[in-house]
Design a protein around this ligand. Structure first.
Ligand code: CP
Ligand code: NVA
Length: 315
């Protein structure tokens, strides 16, 4: 699909950012984080003044919904929250929802199933800033917070290695795209049949910088050996609950526990987008242990969400 008319207006994928956009975004997010204590005195406190954003979610959310609602308000804007069965159901086409919404609001933050639904909504409109707040395929806003968290930890991401262990899912896809753009080599360890889609590998070959690569593994120990960070996510994403029992069986050797983490580098940090299924993909000892930065990631959803809104709404 030609999504060229969306450039600079929408953030449906990490691929909508160039590496320079991504670096600019992270610098802005760091500034907004520092300046949050200034409240209404912050330089961006009126960036969304007079601006309405629609929050359209048809899957549950704590972090994404809360941080976008706070971000919009802290930037001087306001939001509406039409119910999912009305805005994203079978009542009318998504294109007509978008064409109606853009007569009243300037932006839409959308969490849904197929990535194509978010693209359809964005393509049907000409002014609406559309943000992908998670689809089955991608979670680009999460990747922004992940990169800020690692940048805070390391200063620069260039030359680092991160292992994503578990399901080759939406979070893994967006992380692999963003991290390789910033010069991080990403190892993805999954059971056979759960690797990242081939398209992600092709995209990474095009966007990776500073010698970064995407390397897929089926052996979690080999993937984790010597890396600077280990990332995992739930084995069963929203919408796949019917597969949970089978996935728990297949993914059991991919649990991130202290024994697996011991194969990583000495200063390894542990990432999880949350929500976590403790005792499945990660043990309490790891997620509550000294390597864990999961609540820094959760905090950074706010600052990176704000920076994204500022970038999409600035003229
Ligand atoms: N990480 C994340 O997107 O969390 P929520 O599902 O709670 O928004
Ligand atoms: N992969 C998970 C991420 C939740 C934030 C899901 O899609 O359910």
């Amino acid at each position: 699909m030609n999504t060229g008319t969306l450039a600079g207006r929408c953030f449906l994928s990490v691929l909508d950012f160039s590496p320079d956009d991504l670096e600019h975004h992270l610098a802005l997010a760091a500034t907004l984080k520092r300046d949050r204590r200034l409240g209404r005195e912050a330089a961006t406190s009126a960036a969304l003044q007079g601006t309405y954003v629609a929050i359209l979610f048809e899957k549950p959310s704590l972090r994404t919904r809360s941080t976008f609602e706070i971000a919009i308000r802290e930037l001087g804007g306001d939001f509406i929250d039409p119910s999912a069965d009305v805005a994203l159901g079978t009542r009318e086409s998504l294109a007509d929802v978008g064409r109606s919404l853009e007569r009243w609001v300037e932006g839409a933050v959308v969490r849904t199933y197929d990535q194509a639904r978010i693209v359809d909504l964005a393509m049907a409109t000409s002014e609406l800033r559309v943000i992908n707040a998670l689809s089955n395929d991608e979670h680009p806003c999460q990747a922004l917070a992940d990169c800020l968290t690692l940048q805070e930890r390391w200063g620069t991401l260039r030359g680092r290695r991160v292992a994503f262990v578990g399901d080759g899912n939406n979070v893994a896809t967006s992380f692999a795209q963003a991290a390789t753009m910033l010069g991080v080599t990403v190892h993805v360890a999954t059971p056979e049949g759960f690797a990242l889609p081939a398209q992600v590998g092709a995209d990474v070959e095009r966007i990776a910088r500073h010698g970064a690569e995407l390397v897929q593994f089926t052996d979690p120990v080999a993937a984790v050996r010597g890396v600077d960070a280990v990332y995992t996510d739930v084995w069963t994403s929203m919408g796949r609950e019917g597969e949970q029992a089978e996935r728990n069986r297949l993914f059991a050797p991919f649990q991130v526990n202290e024994a697996l983490l011991a194969h990583a580098g000495a200063d390894v940090c542990f990432l999880h987008c949350l929500p976590a299924h403790r005792g499945e993909e990660v043990t309490d000892a790891v997620i509550d242990g000294p390597a864990s930065v999961v609540f820094d990631q959760a905090e950074n959803r706010l600052h990176t969400g704000k920076a994204l809104l500022v970038m999409l709404f600035e003229d």
